[in-house]
Ligand binder design. Structure first.
Ligand code: DSN
Length: 477
């Protein structure tokens, strides 16, 4: 019997279960063409249901977001921007994309919003290029009195070389920054003259005086704020003042914490929008939308940022842009604000339990959705060993280098833990004690099979995609 038939024959009212029916029907249908792919999709749900997802950058998007991505919008080429495309027949994607832009502006109270970046990495690439076009290229264009297209090869080469001399200053990867903030094995460290700031060796927190001193010496064209494994809030008013003192453009990469901004947990000086010239983000982490990127900016950079295509990408993925609109609608609700608040409450509680257990938590705790644990000094394990041991217990985390980690980025001395996904499942502060206990027991060397059984018991009380509660999909192993 097909999954859908089994579900419908269980006597449910179809009207109440449209999401389940749609998911089951699509799996049945995919299976008819590709058993292997259908099996992987189904198994992914089983695995996600059976494990504790603590990857700080992951979440569970709504079924509505997921379904919005699976349709014929994917087939439409739409290079250009809404209502100014290079292809005919874009009327529906124009509508969807302009709606997503408006919602993005409303959600973040931003002057301008571009929803075309395929990812956070693409958003940063496009943002750097657009900013540098504005601050480097446009002044050359004015000086020469010719557009780029009118310049000779030799003239254009002078302009292009200026790009490669552009200086960027961002948080170093090893201290909690991101690959795209100037890491040498990323475009940002190869195309630009990249410098980095770290954290204070004692407090393990940003030292704004140090960043200011570095910025004065380096005179960056772009000052980058934002992180992927730093557990403290950043004061964007101070970053703004540093950028102003050295004449830099302030770019904030809020990929990790955009859901906390949208959910009004990060307000005042912790909300980057009023302070930054350009803000980039992913849409799938704390924001809980589809995999993708966005760029928000002040009016000054709007024109340049509209050109994500052809600047850094080909045609936009309009099916994903439609899902971004759906996710923004969800994030504009009071429910989402409660969710965002609970992410941080859960993280703070979890970090406190670890500290009570004697685990060294980097910076002594957290103010956001993530924390980094020093598993080497606490348990004599490398991050890699801890990650593997936890995986065998059904707990999914990632190894993470600590500031000044002598074990490098492959072995590492730490792990990163985040609460966005388990908060989506509705776990609260009481469950954080269970989660901390599982992790501590595992790191102390208890039998992974025993912990795995306890993890599954907890997970069974917080089912993923509750609506898909019948049919083959509810089978767990
Ligand atoms: N992969 C993301 C993270 O885990 O933080 C960043 O790109």
């Amino acid at each position: 019997m097909t999954r859908l038939k089994e579900f419908l024959e269980s006597g449910v009212n179809p009207e109440d279960h449209l999401d389940t029916i749609a998911m089951l029907a699509s799996l049945d249908y995919i299976e008819k063409g590709s058993k292997r792919v259908a099996k992987a999709i189904e198994q992914e749900l089983v695995d996600q249901r059976n494990s504790l997802k603590l990857i700080a950058s992951e979440n569970y998007s709504s079924l509505r977001v997921q379904m919005t991505m699976g349709n014929w919008l994917t087939d439409k080429y739409a290079e250009g921007i809404p209502f100014q495309r290079y292809y005919a027949g874009c009327q529906n994607v124009d509508d969807v994309e302009s709606y997503a832009q408006e919602l993005g502006k409303k959600l973040f109270n931003a002057e301008s919003c571009t929803v075309q970046p395929h990812s956070g990495c693409d958003a940063n690439l496009a943002a750097y290029l657009a900013i540098l076009s504005e601050v480097i290229e446009n002044s050359k264009v004015k000086d020469m009195g010719k557009s780029l297209m009118q310049m000779t090869h030799k003239e254009y080469e002078v302009v292009r070389q200026e790009f490669t001399k552009a200086r960027i200053l961002g948080m170093s990867l090893k201290d909690g920054g991101h690959l795209t903030h100037g890491f040498r094995n990323n475009f940002s460290g190869k195309l630009f003259d990249a410098y980095s700031y770290g954290v204070d060796p004692i407090t393990e927190r940003l030292n704004y005086d140090e960043i200011r001193a570095q910025a004065k010496e380096i005179q960056p064209h772009i000052l980058i704020a934002g992180y992927s494994s730093y557990s403290r809030k950043v004061d964007f008013s101070i970053m703004r003042s540093i950028a102003d003192e050295v004449g830099a453009v302030l770019l904030v990469d809020m990929a990790h914490f955009s859901g906390l901004v949208a959910g009004k947990v990060f307000e005042g000086v912790y909300d980057p929008i009023p302070y930054a010239d350009v803000v980039t983000s992913t849409t799938h982490k704390t924001l809980r939308g589809p995999r993708g990127g966005i760029i928000l900016s002040k009016k000054r950079f709007e024109e340049g940022l509209k050109r994500v295509c052809p600047l850094a990408q080909g045609g936009p993925l309009e099916h994903v842009i439609a899902a971004k609109a759906v996710a923004f609608e969800e994030a504009l609700t009071k429910d989402f604000q409660n969710y965002a608040r609970r992410i941080v409450d859960n993280a703070e509680t979890l970090a406190r339990h670890f500290i009570d257990e004697g685990v060294r938590v980097i910076t002594g705790g957290t103010e956001n959705h993530l924390m980094v644990l020093d598993v080497f000094s606490s348990y004599g394990l490398t991050g890699k060993e801890a990650e593997e041991r936890l995986y065998r217990s059904g707990i999914i985390v990632n190894k993470n280098a600590l500031p000044n980690d002598s074990r490098g980025v492959i072995q590492t001395s730490g792990i990163r833990i985040g609460t966005p996904a388990i908060t989506t499942l509705d776990m609260g502060q009481n469950q954080m004690l269970d989660v901390a206990n599982f992790i501590v027991r595992c790191l102390k060397g208890e039998d992974p099979a025993k912990i795995r059984a306890d993890v599954q018991q907890l997970k069974a009380r917080y089912p993923l995609y509750k609506a898909i509660s019948l049919g083959k999909l509810c089978h767990t192993n």
